[in-house]
Write a protein that binds this ligand. Structure first.
Ligand code: ADP
Ligand code: MG
Length: 345
């Protein structure tokens, strides 16, 4: 073969390889683990997707160990052990999450309150067998539930629970924070298309590999009434977080008891059966979804109205759907009002 023919042939081969390289879909990595008392799944696309997913899970495991109130070695357990005794120095992230929690406790008039730990223990949803405490027991425990009795010292970075018996529980915010951190880790590995699902917390990063937006379904809280989904939201670079009464609950004497408590009554909140928040910070959206679930449709809509960057989709026990705020322009409501039978079950 002459030299020029050779060159042309090499060029052709290179071009073909390059073209096929362009067409190839980005490498997918997918993994599921049970962490923070829930199933966590990440699907990520990119040339380093495998390492990215590995590192994201390592980060979430680290956070789970730090913030799990049930693990006696965690930072949160240490804070709780020292309630009424002494301030405890904590990591910057636990401190930051507590500061954020207190800010939203103020904003939600105490509907979100991380000092619910004594209530969580009293009711023992999913742990004790269908246990319903007496009003007396509830009132005793409620004396310990008050976010204003947490004393934070930003200089020393310490947390002090000022009354013996108090306790904090980051169950309403930690999964959101973990999802935010997982997203940051994925970004470091140049992943810009991924779906992170941590219980009710979803991060939709970028768009799907086919260029379309992610489609996030919001589960109908009472699928037995006929609909599997209540809405679908096309998503790009947003987080979608749902709090519901249908995952951790029991029914006794026809009443449903679940794991989101109204700190004013000490009982499971009963104004909504599902609260979804869409935003760009999953820790914040996690806090908000819990807060809205407690506040109910009217006060919930008012709260979301004060925040420019978040949106909410709420469902009442009477199956009424309410929406408020931003990110919802493409929301497709599957559920049509009046079509579903009464959801009070
Ligand atoms: P999930 O954990 O199912 O995603 P949430 O984000 O709404 O649901 O958080 C519920 C958890 O938060 C409970 O398991 C409990 O640990 C804690 N919690 C319950 N009620 C409140 C409340 N009013 N404020 C703050 N945290 C709460
Ligand atoms: Mg929450």
């Amino acid at each position: 073969m002459r030299k020029t023919t050779m060159k042309v042939a090499v060029l052709l081969v290179l071009t073909v390889i390059w073209l096929s390289g362009c067409k190839r879909a980005p490498k997918e990595a997918h993994r599921t683990e049970f962490l923070m008392d829930t199933t966590i799944t990440i699907t990520a696309y990119g040339s380093q997707s495998e390492q990215a997913v590995e590192a994201a899970f390592a980060e979430m495991r680290r956070l789970a160990d730090l913030m799990n109130a049930n693990d006696s070695n965690s930072e949160v357990a240490l804070i709780n052990k020292n309630a009424g005794l002494k301030p405890v120095r904590v990591s910057p992230e636990t401190f930051k999450l507590l500061e954020m929690s207190l800010e939203y406790s103020e904003l939600s008039n105490g509907a979100f309150d991380v000092t619910v730990r004594p209530l969580v223990e009293l009711w023992g949803i999913g742990k004790k067998d269908k246990y319903v405490p007496s009003e007396d027991e509830i009132q005793q425990v409620l004396k310990l539930v008050d976010y204003r009795k947490i004393i934070l010292d930003p200089q020393k970075r310490t947390v002090f629970l000022s009354v013996p018996g108090m306790g904090i529980d980051l169950g309403g915010v930690a999964k959101g924070y973990a999802a935010d951190q997982a997203k940051e880790v994925l970004k470091k590995y140049k992943v810009n298309s991924a779906l992170i699902g941590a219980g009710g917390n979803i991060w939709a990063m970028g768009v799907r590999p086919d260029g379309q937006k992610w489609r996030i379904g919001i589960r109908h809280p009472r699928p037995e009434t006929g609909n599997q989904l209540m809405a679908v939201l096309p998503c790009q670079d947003v987080t979608v977080v749902t709090s519901g009464d249908y995952e951790r609950y029991f029914v006794r004497d026809g009443m449903r008891y679940h794991h989101i408590f109204d700190p004013r009554t000490g009982r499971p909140a009963n104004k909504l059966i599902s609260a979804t928040v869409v935003g760009t910070n999953s820790a914040e959206a996690d806090i908000l979804s819990t807060a809205l679930f407690v506040l109910g449709a009217e006060q919930g809509q008012t709260l979301i109205g004060k925040l420019e960057h978040a949106g909410a989709v709420l469902m009442t026990p009477e199956s009424q759907v309410f929406k408020a705020g931003s990110h919802l322009s493409e929301l497709e409501l599957v559920y049509e009002e009046g079509k579903t039978s009464d959801a009070r079950r």
